[in-house]
Design a protein around this ligand. Structure first.
Ligand SMILES: Cc1cc2nc3c(=O)[nH]c(=O)nc-3n(C[C@H](O)[C@H](O)[C@H](O)COP(=O)(O)OP(=O)(O)OC[C@H]3O[C@@H](n4cnc5c(N)ncnc54)[C@H](O)[C@@H]3O)c2cc1C
Length: 456
């Protein structure tokens, strides 16, 4: 069979992007994933004829500018933008007890909304955005800097600071309460300066484009095949062993399985503090009528029931004082493939709680989650609960089971390996635990790690 130049663990978005980049330069590369479908945490599944996104809310970095991260990334992958059929959001909002902030893909809408709701904060907000634009966020040598501290430094009011933390933390913080400012800058820019969109055909079409390009380049893809161990020889990587017990030799292994998860494969252990503690529940409600009929016309809503935002591990199984709603049908041009128009609801959850339940109690807890969520939706959008024709919920336990991500921690380990290097020569990390989050972030990570370490 011969030796591979690079073996990639995981056909998640970072693994696929890395694989395309390597294969287009003639490297012999093979991707293994334990799942039957590619896409990792943002994959899809089939129920009969229907394809469901695992949990997609929005793709970030919509900007059409030639120099935007998405445009640069697509050029590196030799994929045309129109192949992804990205359709922009209509409008979205951050909704707190005392104020609402609207935004869309024109940053002016957001700035005006801040000026209307927080007139005394306008100068500080502009200063804050200037700091974000100037930040050298991709410099791997930069350490943790507190976002809350920067917000205080530029003079933002506490109320506005809370509203600016909520959406960014929900879309990518693996730390409770505060967030690394450099990572905040990347996410704020990708959401508010560049904008949100969705692939019109859902994740199946986006993952399909990436997979096709990888295979056309000559890459090899083994789905439904888990890697059981990473083998070392003379202190460096020599190959991997798959679930059938076969050894595959290679010069380098690039893992998007997560940092502690990868150390387990190489050394059989990891430090406990490496495991992410933050989890989410992700619920899907399908309706008999469009969601707009009930008064919800926004694409995404970040909701918080008080004026302070609490982002951490709930003491109970889930916490509904804040949550995110996404309405795929409110991205004009999306082709929904379920039983009816969908609304998705994401809330903070405790992985320990969900993993500790017996099978029976687990089903009861899921039913309680869906019931409580529906009560909230009904209080916000009267009549909606009667229109629900199907619902289901994912928990951190579901995410751990399907992606191997310990604790089902969507944003991975709190320890980020910014340069992608591990203690083993030839073993590299990309994706979530390299510190680039979300769909576009993880794809960028795959490209960056390949360009930096594997293109020689
Ligand atoms: C429910 C949900 C909703 C989300 N919604 C959004 C959204 O709307 N927008 C957005 O930008 N981001 C969203 N995200 C986050 C986004 O999905 C992730 O940031 C991104 O997909 C991470 O990609 P990755 O390549 O780093 O890792 P992963 O997607 O975790 O890929 C890792 C892959 O490795 C495989 N693997 C693990 N161990 C092994 C092994 N031993 N052998 C073989 N294969 C292995 C797994 O099966 C998986 O496919 C969401 C995540 C979840 C869970």
């Amino acid at each position: 069979m011969g030796k591979y130049d690079v073996i990639i663990i995981g056909a998640g978005l970072s693994g696929l992007a890395a694989g395309i980049r390597l294969s287009q330069f003639g490297s012999r590369v093979r991707i293994f994933d334990m799942q039957r479908y590619a896409g990792g945490m943002n994959s899809y599944y089939r129920r009969g004829e229907r394809a469901y996104d695992v949990g997609l809310h929005a793709v970030t970095n919509y900007s059409l500018e030639r120099s935007s991260p998405l445009s640069l990334m697509l050029r590196q992958l030799r994929i045309r933008r129109d192949e992804l059929e990205l359709v922009p959001q209509r409008s979205s909002r951050i909704s707190f007890l005392d104020a609402d902030l609207e935004f869309d893909n024109d940053f002016g809408t957001f700035r005006d909304s801040v000026a209307r709701s927080f007139p005394g904060d306008q100068v500080a907000f502009d200063r804050f955005v200037a700091r974000i634009r100037e930040d050298d966020s991709f410099n791997p040598s930069l350490g943790f800097e507190s976002t809350r501290a920067v917000m205080r430094e530029v003079g933002l009011s506490v109320e506005l600071s809370e509203m600016l933390l909520c959406p960014v933390m929900y879309y990518g913080s693996s730390w409770p309460h505060d967030m690394d400012f450099h990572q905040y800058c990347v996410l704020f820019s990708s959401m508010f300066l560049e904008g949100l969109c969705r692939p019109a055909g859902g994740m199946e079409s986006l993952v399909g484009v990436l997979t096709k390009r990888f295979l056309e380049n000559g890459g090899e893809l083994s789905l439904g095949s888990a890697i059981r161990s990473i083998e070392l020889s003379g202190g460096r990587v020599s190959g991997v062993v798959d679930s059938a017990g076969h050894f595959h030799g290679c010069d380098a292994v690039l893992s998007c399985a997560g940092y502690p998860e990868t150390l387990d494969l190489a050394h059989g252990q990891h430090a406990p503090e490496m495991i992410g503690e933050l989890g989410f529940t992700e619920s899907l409600f399908e309706l008999s009528r469009p969601v707009r009929d009930f008064g919800l016309a926004d694409s995404v809503v970040f909701f918080n029931s008080s004026s302070t935002f609490s982002y951490g591990v709930p003491t109970e199984g889930f916490e509904l004082s804040s949550f995110v709603l996404c309405v795929p049908g409110n991205f004009p041009g999306v082709r929904e493939s379920g039983r009816g128009p969908a609304i998705r609801m994401t809330a903070l959850a405790s992985p320990k709680y969900w993993k500790g339940l017996s099978k029976g109690d687990y089903e009861l807890a899921k039913a309680a989650l869906l019931r409580d969520e529906l009560d909230i939706l009904e209080s916000m959008y009267p009549g909606i609960s009667k229109a629900v024709i199907y619902s289901e919920a994912f928990t951190p336990k579901t995410i751990e089971r399907y992606t191997g991500r310990l604790n089902g921690a969507v944003y991975g380990s709190p320890i980020k390996i910014k340069n992608g290097l591990t203690d083993v020569p030839g073993l590299l990390i990309c994706g979530t635990d390299q510190g680039f989050l979300g769909i576009v972030g993880s794809m960028l990570s795959g490209i960056v790690v390949v360009n930096r370490h594997l293109m020689t």
